[in-house]
Design a protein around this ligand. Structure first.
Ligand code: HEC
Length: 134
């Protein structure tokens, strides 16, 4: 009996993962990495960056880093649940993103989630850059 209960629990956990309940990617132009990169720079990198060590991380787990689009893809649902629109547990202290910034982040993550489900590249393809040197 106990075995049956455990396998039922396992099956329902798998279903949760297959359908984590993110909002759908909005129709129209999907936000691009460049649109949300400042969000990570302004609100996350002081704790969640591979270049930040020890006490400087403010307690952020050592492998929880969002340096670039690939790393954000790899944590797409985790970030959504903590920081997208209507979810405010990250960052844990000010400065805090505006509602509009969280909405943009949520849209980006929903679109990336769907793209990854559809087998599209990780990290996202970047639109062509201009030829001006930076
Ligand atoms: C002041 C430091 C600090 C800042 C800034 C911060 N975090 Fe965190 N973060 C933490 C700490 C501490 C934990 C571990 C405790 C917890 O999970 O609440 C954590 C945990 C997390 C986790 C769970 C671990 C994981 O990788 O799944 C996620 C996701 C996360 N943060 C996302 C973010 C995002 C996105 C931002 C920027 C919007 C952000 N955090 C900004 C300190 C920070």
């Amino acid at each position: 009996m106990r075995r049956i209960v455990f396998s039922l629990l396992f099956v329902s956990a798998c279903q949760l993962q297959a359908n984590p309940g993110l909002d759908p990617c909005p129709t129209g132009a999907a936000p691009q990495w460049q649109d949300v990169q400042p969000f990570f720079e302004n609100y996350c990198h002081r704790c969640h960056h591979s270049g930040i060590a020890g006490d400087q991380r403010g307690g952020a787990p050592i492998l929880s880093n969002f340096d670039n689009a690939k790393m954000v893809d790899d944590a797409v649902t985790r970030i959504y649940w903590r920081s997208a629109h209507g979810r405010h547990s990250m960052p844990p202290a000010p400065p805090s993103p505006t509602a509009a910034e969280r909405k943009l982040l949520g849209d980006y993550l929903s679109c990336r989630f769907e793209a990854l489900q559809n087998g599209e590249p990780n990290p996202p393809r970047q639109p062509k850059q201009g030829t001006l040197p930076r």
